[in-house]
Design a protein around this ligand. Structure first.
Ligand code: ZN
Length: 526
């Protein structure tokens, strides 16, 4: 009888949530609802993966695959995912989705159901963050002006050390998201219900050293989890709570470009006179862009500003120094990665090997700074590996990546680093909690599943075959006997990665094909 019942799943994403904080508040007794959920189900760690940033990690959780396959091995807006996400796979099987504050992409997808995007990928003033589009007006009415992402004023207030005011901005965003979530989940039908909250991560970055704020936040999160748990019980739904990565405190900043320069690995081009003046005068790309568009001068200016000049203006408002990318052999401009700018394949490999070796040897008072450093093709697999930056690395706990070029050295403590200090940073161990009709009770996970196992697990609950390209596998350990999922074999459906992947792969010219064939033959592969 059980298997004939309609399956329902609730997936809650808490960006950057970590047991390091949660356990503190569980022990203090201010998270009784989370305690209840853990007691009634399973608790464990969920391991994140390179590059350990949010967009990429959420996409792994939702696509069931590593970034080399889903196509976004880094942060930013440059590339979009190349394979279906969970909501699309479910839509194909006529399963109804209700998704609020999806942090993995923008704009929202046309799925069977409702999708609302949010977080850093959704512009704060966007009007196109819901599918269907009418949902935006509905949410505006329900919460008196919906907020799809954190107000940029947040950062401004932090720069002025107005922590209380900044916290209120973050709180406002969360409250509107959760209120909308409960409103929609009551009003509309769903089989798959999901909500993600970005704030645990944002607060870790800026409030890790301010426990009073974190306590207040977790107290609030617990009240929300209590309501969600009640909903899951009423609806006989499985409830899964995950984070895309964990979090930890920061004591020192590893200024990667300064290290590359000072250790003599690469020569950084001297900044030109204009660049120096710009840096000194605080003229930065975002400020410049803003003013240009304000004056409706973008077109005119693009004609008179040479491209090379544009590239020399720092990208971020809090970037006090920067790299002349065109003339530097290796540099770091994205979280936990290094780009090698060397066309000669032999020199490229030599430089890459050397940097990886030196990263792994790097010590600070006898302690290693870097935990892991890999070539992109060793970190990822799939057709989009080459979108990744050449070296991927993970720092040890307490250290944070920084792209700055400074004269004071490459390992700076918070005080010396100054600027907008991030007191917390991502860690690889995220969280996972699961409770519901399909899951065992009172268990601590023995293994550490990877983010992409979540997608496979949810497909398994809905009795959907796992696409063959998946890296993720259903987490069998969490299922009870009644669920059937704990014993049945995983059924795969042969599905190659489609769309652009094929285009890219078939887009060789005849000469190129022959050339590849020849070199493979020479190497003895064919
Ligand atoms: Zn995140």
């Amino acid at each position: 009888m059980f298997e004939d019942m309609r399956k329902k799943v609730i997936l809650i994403g808490l960006d950057g949530a970590t047991w390091t904080q949660l356990d503190k508040f569980l022990q203090e007794g201010i998270m009784p609802n989370l305690q209840n959920i853990i007691n009634s189900g399973v608790r464990g760690n969920l391991k994140s993966y390179f590059p350990f940033t949010s967009k990429s990690s959420w996409l792994s959780i939702l696509t069931g695959a590593n970034p080399g396959k889903h196509g976004v091995p880094h942060l930013g807006t440059k590339e979009t995912k190349e394979i279906p996400i969970l909501w699309e796979i479910l839509s194909e099987k006529n399963i109804k989705n209700l998704i609020v504050n999806d942090l993995s992409m923008y704009p929202p997808l046309k799925i069977n159901g409702i999708m609302v995007t949010g977080g850093e990928l959704t512009p704060h003033n966007s009007k196109k963050f819901t599918v269907p589009s009418e949902i935006k007006e509905e949410l505006d009415q329900v919460v008196n002006g919906y907020v799809p992402s954190l107000d940029p004023l947040f950062t401004q207030l932090l720069k002025e050390s107005k922590f209380k005011e900044a916290y209120e901005i973050a709180e406002n965003y969360d409250k509107k998201v959760t209120e909308s979530f409960f409103h929609l989940s009551e009003k509309y039908d769903w089989d798959m219900l999901s909500m993600m909250l970005e704030n645990p991560d944002i607060l870790h970055h800026h409030y890790w050293d301010k426990p009073e704020y974190l306590r207040k936040f977790h107290l609030w999160v617990d009240s929300i989890l209590g309501k969600i748990y009640k909903l899951s019980v009423e609806q006989n739904a499985d409830l899964i709570i995950v984070s895309d990565h964990g979090g930890g405190g920061v004591n020192k900043h590893f200024l990667v470009n300064t290290w590359l320069r000072d250790s003599g690995i690469v020569k950084f081009e001297q900044h030109g006179k204009i660049t120096k003046i710009m840096a000194k005068s605080n003229l930065r790309q975002d400020v410049l862009r803003k003013n240009i568009s304000k004056m409706h001068m973008r077109k005119i200016l693009s004609k008179i500003t040479p491209d090379s000049l544009k590239k020399k203006i720092p990208l971020h408002s809090d970037e006090s120094s920067f790299v002349d990318e065109e003339n530097t052999k290796a540099f770091s401009k994205m979280y936990g990665t290094i780009t090698i700018n060397e066309k000669d394949p032999k020199k490229y490999e030599k430089l890459r090997d050397q940097i990886i070796e030196q990263l792994l040897q790097l010590e600070d008072n006898g302690e290693k700074v870097v935990l892991e450093a890999l070539k992109k093709e060793d970190a990822f697999n799939g057709p989009f590996v080459n979108r990744a930056n050449d070296i991927q690395f993970l720092l040890n706990e307490g250290y944070r990546w920084s792209p700055y070029l400074r004269d004071e050295g490459y390992l700076l403590n918070n005080e010396k680093y100054g600027d907008l200090i991030r007191v917390g940073d991502h860690r690889p161990e995220g969280i996972m909690v699961a409770t519901g009709p399909n899951f065992v009770k009172g268990k601590i996970l023995e293994n550490m599943p990877l983010g992409w196992d979540i997608c496979a697990t949810i497909l398994d609950i809905f009795n959907i075959n796992i696409p063959s390209y998946f890296d993720g596998k259903p987490i069998k350990e969490i299922f009870n006997e009644k669920s059937k999922s704990d014993t049945k074999n995983i059924s795969y459906e042969n599905k190659p990665i489609k769309n652009k992947v094929e285009e890219e792969y078939v887009s060789y010219t005849k000469e190129e094909e022959e050339e590849i064939e020849k070199s493979l033959r020479d190497l003895g592969y064919i």
